[in-house]
Ligand binder design. Structure first.
Ligand code: TYM
Length: 382
């Protein structure tokens, strides 16, 4: 758990302005360096904006995944979502990355919907709500373009029967003092939460290949536990690539949070709402008046609109450079920068809405909570 005077990152909350270099040191991960990026580019015959821009900035054993691609062994992908409500544009970053890896390397993908975790974590949240949001979130995930023949989406409370035998074997090896140290559990923490980490570990054992997990860095504590246990059970230590958080609209501190509407753009927000939120809330690196802005220029490093364009929404590197230069020099005003972001997000969401509608039909082609996955997953029930 990273905690110091200025920021803290746990799987449930992020506070302060995250210093990602410090986090790499604290979590004991490695930076996703140019050498690895070049190897990936060569193997994938291309590059992805989320890797080029350092939105994915850190990893564990990603080099070993690249080795396994090179030596023909292959790998599988695992990621997830805690269905606590509507998804925002930060949540999809790991899924967009996962889908890209699936497409490039024809790898199987397992997506865990942790309806149990969200029910247990939030006192006010009902299990019915959590299940409803599982379905709604699954539509958003499918809309991102996963291959139905290679993707298994499962909800913990539905799929538990298949995971439980191995989950209790894993749970038996994790003692309370470990999860207390790793997750900061307290005496008041309910015992469901204390058991839950075993369930987030299990999908890394769905195949006897190396598992690559794209997720934000907040989920890394689970992988640390997994990596201590995996080999004892005859599986590989999980590999992970970690993304930064999309900062909240309201400023560079913390992370975009689904429970604070002014900090987030939801996938369900229509064009007018997107415009209104960005115009009203997007934290600006600009000067107080147009005159001062023209004279001194803006600060793109602080400006949330610019950061969102750079981290994810503007794929064209030359365009990002142009915007950065013009904003820094004062030639581009905050309003103009916001307008660029609004258009980008609305273009993205328009496509997303159409794909989400299609997903209501195509969801039945996916192996959601289904037995078909057992064909892929043939090791666990022994
Ligand atoms: P959840 O639902 O909190 O988040 C879903 C995924 O989104 C990442 N994330 C973000 N990425 C960028 N910017 C943000 N502002 C932002 N907020 C969240 C999270 O890291 C996550 O990857 N316990 C998990 C569910 C889960 C899971 C997994 C996640 C189960 N198995 C395996 C990743 C990998 C959760 O509640 O995620």
């Amino acid at each position: 758990m990273a905690k110091d005077d200025k920021f803290s990152v746990t799987p449930w909350t992020v506070t302060g302005k995250v210093d990602y270099d410090k986090l790499i040191k604290k979590f004991g991960t490695q930076s996703l360096d140019d050498n690895l990026k070049r190897r990936l580019e060569k193997l994938s015959n291309g590059s992805h904006v989320l890797i080029r821009r350092n939105t994915f900035f850190s990893h564990r054993d990603f080099d070993k995944v690249l080795d396994d691609i090179e030596n023909g062994m292959g790998f599988f992908l695992y990621t997830g979502r805690g269905p606590s409500g509507p998804m925002h544009i930060g949540h999809i970053i790991p899924f967009v990355m996962t889908k890209w890896f699936q497409e490039k390397f024809k790898a199987n993908v397992y997506i865990e919907l942790t309806d149990d975790e969200k029910f247990l974590y939030d006192e006010k949240f009902s299990l019915d709500d959590s299940r409803k949001w599982s379905y709604e979130n699954a539509l958003d995930i499918i809309a991102l373009g996963f291959d139905p023949d290679r993707t298994f989406i499962f909800q913990d409370t539905e799929y538990i029967k298949n995971m439980y035998p191995l989950a209790i074997k894993v749970a038996k090896k994790i003692n309370y003092s470990l999860v207390k140290a790793v997750f900061g559990f307290k005496n008041e923490t309910n015992v469901g939460m204390i058991f839950y980490p075993a369930l987030q570990v299990i999908p890394t054992f769905f195949e006897r290949k190396r598992c690559l997990i794209p997720a934000a860095i907040d989920q890394d504590p689970y992988w640390r536990i997994q990596r201590d246990l995996a080999e004892g059970f005859g599986y590989f230590k999980a590999s992970a690539i970690h993304n930064k958080f999309l900062p909240p609209l309201t400023g560079p501190e913390g992370k975009m949070s689904a429970s604070q509407p002014e900090t987030a753009i939801y996938l369900s927000d229509g064009p007018e709402i997107v415009k209104k939120k960005i115009m009203k809330y997007a934290f600006s690196g600009g000067q107080a008046t147009v005159e001062l802005h023209r004279k001194y220029g803006g600060n793109p490093d602080l400006d949330v609109s610019f950061q969102w364009l750079k981290l994810f929404f503007e794929e064209d590197d030359a365009e990002v450079d142009r915007i950065e230069k013009e904003y820094r020099s004062g030639q581009m005003l905050t309003g103009e920068l916001k307008e660029i972001l609004i258009n980008k997000i609305n273009e993205f969401l328009e496509v997303h809405r159409a794909k989400r509608e299609e997903a209501k039909e195509t969801i039945k082609d996916f192996k959601v909570n289904g037995q078909l996955a057992l064909k892929m997953w043939n090791t666990i029930l022994e």
